[in-house]
Design a protein around this ligand. Structure first.
Ligand code: PLP
Length: 363
């Protein structure tokens, strides 16, 4: 049976690089001469530990992570981090500020409120989360336990371009939907977390990059598994890690290296997003972008058409033409093209051409 090729614009889990899938397929049954699949190896065995440590090294190298940070692999998705962050750092009698830029910040804030004294530093809700607040105009307290931001808002299609300089206040970021999409200065952050399933690999692994001094500041009364220190002390091998997901994450990072590193990836992401934003901007209002220009995400491109009936027609015809995952999130409707790292330029080119043709036939 021949399988129709698709253009995968899913928001998450999302496209993986074809080269990575092919390599994983080749290695699936007999992993590097072990006679077993990587999934069948003991997580205490040498061949697995080599994979595990190489992934950590690749992350450190690609992001130039300073020596005073730990890279951890935790399960439970980014959603567990919504709770784990306040459980560890908000039990100290201090407050934590949250910048509310979308549904995921709201979810993170809701968990923090349950566990400690959290407040909203800024919110873009009244503008339907169509922009990012000015990072230099955030009003938080200088003695807060931390400041939390969501660097890319998957649902609304907005992205922080500059991050706030928070001085002594630890900056904590949910980077689930733009991790490894561009170079960043890790030293600006005290903790970064990201579910792997958008830019890094399959679901099941959450990457946490944490500054070491935070490990000592964390609440000592947490359950063992929910302490960052437990995972740091055990090189993320305290319990059985999601070994296959970590292996795939390593292969995706290897692919980023082969693409020329993060600078090259950013350039490609800019080119891809521009293909689609240009169609929106040149459509005389036929397509209406949701995000304000300076807050536009390179990862999730959100737009609407004149009415729901036309959107339905657009989505149905796009589906027939092989485009997958263009529906907006169920909470906001409309259309969304997620052009994460692994989405090829050709897919964005094909979508931009499809959008132009659709406009010509339906204006
Ligand atoms: N944070 C952001 C920015 C997301 O986009 C998502 C998922 O789409 C999540 C958190 C939730 O991640 P998970 O499903 O890994 O818990």
């Amino acid at each position: 049976q021949t399988i129709q090729p698709v253009y995968n614009f899913n928001a998450g889990p999302s496209a993986l690089p074809a080269a990575v899938l092919e390599k994983a397929q080749k290695e699936l049954i007999n992993f590097r001469g072990t006679g077993m699949s990587v999934m069948e190896l003991s997580h205490r065995s040498k061949p697995y530990e080599e994979v595990h440590n190489q992934v950590i090294e690749r992350l450190k190298k690609l992001y130039s992570i300073p020596e005073n940070y730990e890279v951890l692999f935790i399960q439970g998705g980014a959603s567990l981090q919504f709770s784990m962050v306040p459980m560890n750092f908000l039990q100290t009698g201090k407050k934590a500020g949250y910048v509310m830029t979308g549904v995921w910040s709201e979810k993170a804030f809701a968990e923090a409120e349950r566990l400690g004294d959290a407040y909203q530093v800024a919110s873009t809700e009244t503008d339907k989360h169509n922009h990012i607040p000015n990072p230099n105009e955030l009003n938080y307290n200088e003695d807060d336990a931390y400041l939390h931001i969501t660097t890319n808002n998957t649902i609304y299609g907005t992205q922080w371009k500059d991050y706030p300089d928070t001085g002594n206040v630890p900056l904590i970021a949910d980077m689930s939907s733009d991790i490894m999409s561009k170079p960043i200065d890790v030293s600006k952050f005290a903790l970064i977390y990201a579910g792997a399933q958008k830019n890094l690999g399959p679901s099941g692994v959450t990457v946490v990059i944490i500054r070491k001094d935070l490990l000592e500041k964390a609440n000592p009364d947490n359950p063992t598994i929910l302490k960052y220190a437990t995972h740091a002390k055990n090189n993320s091998l305290y319990h059985t890690p999601p070994t296959f997901g970590i292996y795939m994450l390593g292969e995706v990072l290897g692919w980023i290296e082969e693409c020329g590193g993060l600078e090259a990836v950013t350039q490609r992401n800019e080119e891809k997003a521009k293909l689609i934003y240009d169609v929106i901007d040149n459509s005389d209002g036929f397509y209406r972008g949701h995000a304000e220009l300076e807050s536009r995400s390179l990862m999730n491109i959100t737009f609407r058409l004149a009415d729901e009936a036309l959107e339905k027609k657009f989505l149905a015809e796009a589906k027939d033409a092989g485009f997958v995952g263009l529906n907006g999130h169920r909470s906001v409707g409309g259309c969304r093209a997620s052009a994460y790292n692994a989405v090829p330029v050709e897919a964005c080119k094909a979508l931009s051409e499809f959008m132009i043709q659709f406009q010509q036939s339906n204006h």
